[in-house]
Design a protein around this ligand. Structure first.
Ligand code: NAP
Ligand code: ZN
Ligand code: ZN
Length: 347
């Protein structure tokens, strides 16, 4: 077994702390990655605090991983020792269902094996995520990372990046579309960058007046405060798409009203409790309420390559590992600019 050290949550309410554990030996198709940086996703907070239920403790969160390959298995062909590599939200899937065959492993019919908090690899061994010094992953679930970009700023692309890239591509968002991004956090700031890069007219919808200048710097053409009833009224039926990244429970109906006829609101945010939908929010204008989950391996690579080509990266605040609990508290206050990334040298 390979010795690993990291940070784990041991229950839903106490701070994360140091944790030593083991990972499987490097198998024929595996790569061993020395983790250099790991982004902090709001999903890590939901999971560490068991807000979605089903958390297996101790949990080592982290699914925005970049690092360097330090060993490869005998059958590995896609990577060599010394290569940069990335790992996102899942590390395996059944590989045979129609979704896996279509490169949509995130929608695997039997459920993809999460990078953390999953027993799916062999039915009994728990996966541990990127708040740690190393990880063993099958090469087919490992991404190539360009050395052209600033590595700490690449880490969040592995979740926040692909989660926003994928729906924008799926719904072919681009020139001629008016798009609203709801919530300026980790996902929201990447959504603004991609939507603007794809040629759409982008409006940032936020609860935080202090984020206006940043929204514009990130590429938003307009900024609107959702707490202002007059502003909200003026935006009725204005958008073709809304990319909803809000992490906390909120009223979807309020935002559906902002869609034109045939408009689509894509839910990316995963609040822990359900929300009620008024049928009239949808049927009066043939609107669609949709959802989207991260992205498959092929699309994640396409996104990373697109970012390398267009110099797109996350805006980050780098933190040492021991500041993780403070970072969680700031995430809960929507006070992140715009993704925390852990420098694994500090572990
Ligand atoms: P984040 O950095 O905390 O950003 C969330 C943003 O939502 C906040 O910055 C804030 O933006 C807004 N917000 C928070 N509470 C709100 C409230 N009560 N009402 C209205 N707006 C509120 O989180 P993230 O990492 O981007 O993740 C966002 C959500 O997406 C989480 O639920 C996460 O689990 C989920 N997620 C889903 C996927 C997927 O595959 N679908 C992937 C990753 C994450 P303003 O200050 O601008 O209002
Ligand atoms: Zn995530
Ligand atoms: Zn599958």
């Amino acid at each position: 077994m390979i010795e690993s050290k990291g940070y784990a949550a041991f229950d839903a309410t106490t701070d994360l702390g140091q944790f030593n554990f083991t990972r499987r030996e490097v198998g024929a198709h595996d790569v061993l990655i020395e983790i250099m940086y790991c982004g902090v996703c709001h999903s890590d907070v939901h999971a560490a605090r068991n807000e979605w239920n089903g958390t297996i403790y101790p949990i080592v969160p982290g699914h925005e991983i970049v690092g360097k390959i330090t060993a490869i298995g005998s059958a590995v062909t896609k990577f060599k020792v010394g290569d940069l590599a990335g790992v996102g939200c899942f590390v395996d899937s059944c590989r045979t269902c129609p979704n896996c065959q279509a490169g949509l492993e995130q929608y695997c019919d039997t459920g993809a094996a999460g990078t953390y908090n999953s027993l799916k690899i062999d039915g009994k061994t728990q996966t541990f995520g990127g708040y740690s010094n190393n990880i063993v992953v099958d090469e087919n679930y490992t991404l190539h990372v360009s050395d052209k970009l600033d590595l700490p700023r690449v880490a969040p692309l592995l979740c926040a990046g692909v989660t926003t890239f994928s729906p924008l591509r799926h719904w072919k968002v681009g020139q001629g579309h008016k798009v609203a991004i709801l919530g300026l956090g980790g996902l929201g700031h990447m959504a603004v960058k991609f939507a603007a890069s794809f040629g759409a007219e982008v409006t940032m919808l936020s609860t935080s007046p202090s984020k206006q200048a940043d929204a514009e710097r990130l590429g938003a053409h307009h900024f609107a405060l959702t707490s202002d009833p007059e502003t909200m009224k003026s935006l009725t039926m204005k958008f073709d798409f809304i990319i909803n990244t809000v992490s906390a429970p909120h009223d979807y109906n309020t935002y559906l009203q902002l869609l034109k006829s045939d408009g689509v609101m894509v839910l990316l945010g995963a609040p822990p409790t359900p929300s009620q939908i008024n049928a009239f929010s949808l049927l009066g204008k043939r609107r669609t309420l949709a959802g989207s989950l991260i992205g498959g391996i092929k699309e994640t690579q396409e996104m990373l390559d697109y970012c390398a080509e267009h110099n797109i990266m996350s805006d980050i605040e780098m933190i040492p590992m021991h500041k993780i609990n403070e970072a969680y508290e700031r995430i809960m206050k929507s006070d992140v600019k715009y993704r925390f990334v852990i420098d694994m040298k500090t572990l």
